[in-house]
Design a protein around this ligand. Sequence first.
Ligand code: CTP
Length: 389
Amino acid sequence: MRPSSELLEALRAAPDAAAVLDALAPVSGVWVVGGAVRDVLLDREPRELDVVVEGDPAAALDALGGTAVAHDRFGTATVRPAHGRELDVVRARSESYPAPGALPEVRPGTLQEDLARRDVTVNAIALRVGGGPPELREVPGAREDLRTGLLRVMHDASFVDDPTRLWRVARYASRLGFTVEPRTAALAANADPGTVSGPRLGNELRLALREPDPLDVLRRARELNAGLLPESLTLTPPRLRDALALLPPDGRRDLVILAACAETMGAGEVVRWLDDLAFPAGDRDIVAAGSREMVRTPLRVASTNAEIGRAARGVPIEIVALAGGDNARRWIEELRHVRPAITGEDLLAAGIPQGPELGARLARALDARLDDRAVGREAELAVALEDER
Ligand code: CTP
């Protein structure tokens, strides 16, 4: 076990953490808690810091300077320090849940109560960073669970209070390679995710898709609780590997994964599901269309570059990647960047009036360029100005 002073040093590796830790060092009762402490104890790189203050957090907020961009009546705030990224500063609190899945009622509490309100033991470890030497506090058994790789909730009502924790456990199990402790697994299987709002569940699904191995997270989520994902969603999508290999860096990997899994669902069902989860309409449509043939067929039968262009132009790159095949590859790797050498200005100068006809003539020039029937500006212009046959 590393000494606490070394853990504090390791926390400084979190993005923009050094200045924050320096500013908080003289303030009494300041602790970093949760993921960052868990990660340094595991010798992993910490991500963002979550700060807990025992008592009034005003002195900690003053020390950080900058602006508090949100706060509640207990002085909890999201702070944007003068330098560096936003971080959450929370007054130590205890929570009670008025109804399953509802947001908690909160009152000020001790650090120990604040640890006890959390999701799993390995996230309920705090390291003092201000007002005294670095020191660890934890809920009973937390470091032992960390050492043996166990995800354990702290009490039997944990998933009833907050079913989003089902998703959190699935994410941690996948990311950290941890096992779900048997009692926790039994509680998870009996929980009802339906008590949480769709948007909150949607947020968890989006976080799952950003993990290093999203498909693994989805499988673990379904294993934990069958109600987290629609039954008709497949988690062994046959096209996924090829589609991800085709997807260029400017494409959205999360949407390709979800769309590949959703190919077994009807488009209407996908739309209803993602609307319930408050997915942005553009993302929803990509996932729903990814499960359709409307791009795959014309792309597959296209036999010239111009035909490939007509099938793929304007279609989100994720859908083209999912369609797969040689033509999708050619579009993504070569053709999608090709533009005509001439512009609308050239055609206006040649006397073509503004309007749909001009667009059609430009498209003709592009087709000729793609198919090597027109090489160079002059040749493109000649094609564009030909009268319709
Ligand atoms: N937490 C919780 N229950 C939730 C959400 C958060 O108990 N539904 C607690 C956990 O102790 C967690 C901390 O709040 O460690 C911070 O939450 P978050 O930033 O979402 O997670 P991290 O711990 O930072 O973990 P990671 O970013 O690695 O997912």
